[in-house]
Design a binder for this molecule. Sequence first.
Ligand SMILES: *[C@@H]1O[C@H](CO)[C@@H](O)[C@H](O)[C@H]1NC(C)=O
Ligand SMILES: *[C@@H]1O[C@H](CO)[C@@H](O)[C@H](O)[C@H]1NC(C)=O
Ligand SMILES: *[C@@H]1O[C@H](CO)[C@@H](O)[C@H](O)[C@H]1NC(C)=O
Ligand SMILES: *[C@@H]1O[C@H](CO)[C@@H](O)[C@H](O)[C@H]1NC(C)=O
Ligand SMILES: *[C@@H]1O[C@H](CO)[C@@H](O)[C@H](O)[C@H]1NC(C)=O
Length: 552
Amino acid sequence: MFNKTRIPSTLPHYYGRRLLSRRNNFIRLTLAALLLLSSFYFTILKPWVESDDSRIISKIDSSTKNDASDNNSAQKSWKINLNDTINSRVSVFNKEQFTDEAIKKNGLIPVTAVLIGWKRMESLQVVVNFISKYPYIKEILIWNNNDKIRLHKQDFRLNNTEVRLKIFNSDENLHDLSKYTTCAMAKYDYCYFQDDDWLNLYMDSIYTNFLRYPNLIHSNTMPIIHLEHRRWMFSNNDKNLHTGFTWLGCGSFIPRIKVQRFLGQIGLYSLEKERLRLVDMYFSLWTNQYPYQLSNPLTTLDQSEGWSNSVDQWAVVYGNILDAVQKLYTALAVNTGSEQFERQEEKPYYLDRDVRTPCINDKCLFITNIDPFPQPSSVCYANNITHVREHEAEFNALDFPSNEFWNKHAYHKAVDLDLNTCWNSFKKPKVDDYFGLQFVEPQNFHKITIVSSKDISNFDISFIIKSSLDGQNWRICDKISSSEKIKFSSIIPPNHVVAINFNCDIKKKNHESLENLENPENMEYRYIKFQIVRNFTEPFEICSLILDGLSV
Ligand SMILES: *[C@@H]1O[C@H](CO)[C@@H](O)[C@H](O)[C@H]1NC(C)=O
Ligand SMILES: *[C@@H]1O[C@H](CO)[C@@H](O)[C@H](O)[C@H]1NC(C)=O
Ligand SMILES: *[C@@H]1O[C@H](CO)[C@@H](O)[C@H](O)[C@H]1NC(C)=O
Ligand SMILES: *[C@@H]1O[C@H](CO)[C@@H](O)[C@H](O)[C@H]1NC(C)=O
Ligand SMILES: *[C@@H]1O[C@H](CO)[C@@H](O)[C@H](O)[C@H]1NC(C)=O
């Protein structure tokens, strides 16, 4: 059952602080401008929307590979000293890869970060310093909504001189809307949104997933909110409805084209000011696409200014979600050539998405096709509900994991460097189900150690190992030997651990393709998966994966 007291108190500050401002003349003016902008969008920019969505990531130069010595990450990130974490995190990407000439060839994407200033100036400085370490953040735009404080470039001692920093001091608090108007001004085609009350420690891994599917919104949230969002998905095949809700403030990559289109939608609907302040709740829903959301433990910065107990945030959130979905549904149901909302569902379709969570060390992503939640299309939204809870109830009536289960067994528990916490598949794995990793940098590991909470001494014969450089073309790796006896740890029984040596080299597999022998790139892979060859009678649990020296 849905129980709102279980939702962590860190959530409602997202919108709580935005319920408090008064005037809206400036907003009206902005909207007039937006209307203009939207007609511009439909005539000039629209063709882009249909453009190719499958940008291929070319090989990214390998830089240092010293994972094993990264002892800092051997603890849970949310418990360790934040300063140490911030200082120890470095991007595997480097600035030479993001020069204008380089990006023409390597397929990498430069990004504009959009940050909103309100009260927490120190946190904002932390965020600016942190994200500027990541070379794909080529521009940072700060919109300061607080007219009592004026911000200047010198307030942010940027180490990275490659980053263009611009600050806009607003006389008016534009709330959520300022994210979108600021992103619309970005130099680059993609924006990165982050609030100043979170630190996203998974920049590289989320960026990696974004590079593969840059057309989608890529967001990041804690497991219990992910569970929540899995019921805030709205599908109706006949009406071309296929959308989902996400918060954006914990680190999201967003196509600017979607933001520009959204500004047009806001203009057309003349949302009343109460709603305009909270347009975050409309944005992802009105893209009419399921956002690509990863689930992981978040790291909080100071949140003291965020919380507002004076309003019933749940009523506001539910009210806005329903309003957004009803307007979307109604517009889609009118079968004119209406162009306000995208009708076509973008790829990859929800069923085909298998990236679930960043590894806690930000070097990889955990992938699996085994999704414990019902597909969004298993509940049909017919625009006849009066409260989102009715929609939630339909999901709950399906085989929906409980909050307790998910808190204990969410995906990231497989890759959190903690042997005692485990991802549980929830469903009984079937033939061809798989789990595995996508690496931020291509790798060539030859040994995997899998740690479970159960007896897995027969586990190695239950799956085959496959590797891939592009995530499309897979090859089967040779298993060389299995289950040596491992004394892993005094607390983990030996039959809970399985170690497998394998070889994914083309050299071994394909003697005739001699040219591959000369090319070491063919030995490396970006994806590895363990594909199941028998039906399991029980769900399984993975607590940790260790590849050569890399623990996750
Ligand atoms: C991590 O630190 C601990 C204690 O400081 C040490 O025993 C261990 O060998 C270190 N691990 C690595 C991989 O450096
Ligand atoms: C972290 O760094 C900030 C400024 O760099 C400093 O004010 C703060 O005391 C540090 N915190 C810890 C726990 O070291
Ligand atoms: C900036 O660089 C200096 C010197 O390299 C270093 O000591 C400092 O920690 C850096 N600051 C940040 C915020 O990265
Ligand atoms: C809404 O419409 C659907 C399909 O027409 C129907 O199955 C469902 O019972 C209706 N729900 C309500 C609350 O009217
Ligand atoms: C595994 O289960 C699926 C359906 O659950 C079934 O279709 C398939 O035949 C089974 N395969 C084997 C090898 O038992």
